[in-house]
Design a protein around this ligand. Structure first.
Ligand code: SF4
Length: 432
């Protein structure tokens, strides 16, 4: 029977807007797909989910038409189901027992349906927490999750966010066509009902400011600052005009409102031919924004497509939008013109070395294969370095840092899992 496809906004239409590309499953498909679930007693899918969502139970509730209850069941383990239903790479589906004989259950799309349809039916009265005070700096997926877990235990949680709206990477690092703002706002609103306070425009640029929070009565501080400076490749030409880093490009696209950018090309000031260096989600997102602005976009990276960090579905959709993917292409330098503006990216082909030379496959540059891809804008999307303030504060009494911050390369479900784990550590610390 196979896994049903989600409804997709057709490429020719979506290239003219920034609205969500994937529209999820319609109600009829949800019913059919929920029926296909074998309801395993020892569900491999639940073991495959980094959050331990009770997948058979929520699917059974969907099957019975109990959408709000299905959402409640998911929220027991996952505070951001509408976001995971869109962005999670769904390791649960790889673990599904049906993978061997047919196709895995479309868990991610079912989760999205439960989140979108169930939220309208769930009413929650705002809760007031009375326990010890906890400060969380940063409102990305890790910070939001930790806040939810701690508020559920009645701790008084305040999130401090440097930007004017909460969400961190989810708001400023992911374009609307993958995560609409109203979906994110809905999830944050649900968390606020747990009693979480969110203060925006609250920038902590020095460690002294962070430590002052203890004097204000906070018993623990969690730093979920996300990425710091971009990763700078060892590559000539980074300082040329027309070279962006992915995070600034994505933030600009989101901040200036996508629809306005389409009317006002100076909001991004990009050329007609764009080369994106990198193979993560951010690289594909930048290229897909460029495609919506009517530009030619090429993504280059030195390995094979299967090793891309982006989800395969996103890769397929990027190609359908006309984004050119050049794997096995190693960027060597950004070359400029006499006005110090980028005019191209010098690259070299990569190929597999003789497997017998050392017993395993490896990629090596092909001799004398250099060539230049013409480009007037180059976007470097190689991820971000760890925020320096974290290094200064890590190890201080009462200050907590999650194992993984949500970087542009990190995936959302791992960021949420990190939030759950660090919340547990904080709660144990405060119970001492
Ligand atoms: S959070 Fe991700 S891994 Fe877990 S059930 Fe949802 S889609 Fe699957």
């Amino acid at each position: 029977m196979g896994q049903p496809s989600v409804v997709i906004q057709p490429p020719e239409k979506r290239l003219g807007n920034f609205r969500e590309v994937s529209l999820g499953y319609p109600k009829k498909i949800v019913g059919d797909e929920a029926q296909r679930c074998p309801q395993c007693a020892d569900a491999l899918c639940t073991f495959g989910c980094p959050l331990g969502v009770d997948i058979p139970s929520f699917i059974r509730l969907l099957r019975e038409g109990k959408t709000a209850e299905a959402l409640k069941k998911i929220r027991e383990q996952n505070p951001l189901p509408a976001i995971c239903g869109r962005l999670c790479p769904a390791p649960c589906e790889k673990a599904c027992i049906l993978t061997k004989e047919d196709a895995p259950i479309g868990v991610r799309a079912l989760e999205r349906y439960a989140a979108d349809a169930g939220r309208e039916r769930l009413t929650a009265r705002p809760h007031v927490c009375k326990g010890k005070k906890i400060a969380i700096i940063g409102s990305g997926p890790t910070g939001l999750t930790a806040a939810a877990e701690l508020a559920k235990q009645d701790f008084q949680v305040t999130i401090f966010e440097a930007m004017e709206e909460p969400g961190g990477l989810l708001r400023y690092g992911i374009p609307e066509f993958r995560l609409p703002a109203d979906v994110l706002n809905g999830e944050i609103h649900s968390l606020q009902n747990l009693g979480i306070e969110i203060k925006t425009n609250a920038l902590f640029s020095k460690r002294e400011n962070v430590k002052r929070l203890f004097q204000e009565g906070f018993a623990a501080i969690l730093l979920t600052l996300g990425g710091g400076r971009p990763v700078f490749p060892d590559m000539p030409g980074l300082n040329l005009g027309g070279v962006y880093f992915a995070q600034e490009f994505l933030m600009r696209a989101r901040h200036f409102k996508a629809e306005r950018i389409m009317r006002d090309p100076y909001a991004t000031n990009i050329g007609n031919r764009i080369v994106v260096i990198g193979s993560n989600h951010a690289a594909l997102d930048c290229a897909r924004i460029a495609a919506r602005l009517g530009r030619e976009a090429t993504v280059v990276f030195p390995h094979i497509e299967d090793e891309m960090k982006a989800v395969q579905l996103e890769l397929r959709e990027a190609k359908a939008e006309g984004v050119k993917i050049d794997p096995l292409t190693k960027p060597l330098a950004i070359v400029g013109n006499d006005k110090s503006l980028a005019r191209g990216v010098k690259c070299q082909h990569m190929d597999f070395a003789d497997p017998h030379s050392n017993g395993q496959w490896q990629l090596i540059p092909v001799v004398e294969s250099e060539f230049t891809i013409e480009a007037d804008t180059v976007i470097v999307a190689l991820g971000q370095q760890r925020n320096e303030m974290i290094e200064e504060l890590v190890g201080s009494e009462g200050v907590f840092v999650p194992e993984q911050s949500a970087s542009t390369e990190g995936n959302v479900v791992n960021a949420i899992a990190a939030g759950k784990k660090i919340a547990f550590q904080i709660s144990e610390y405060l119970k001492k």
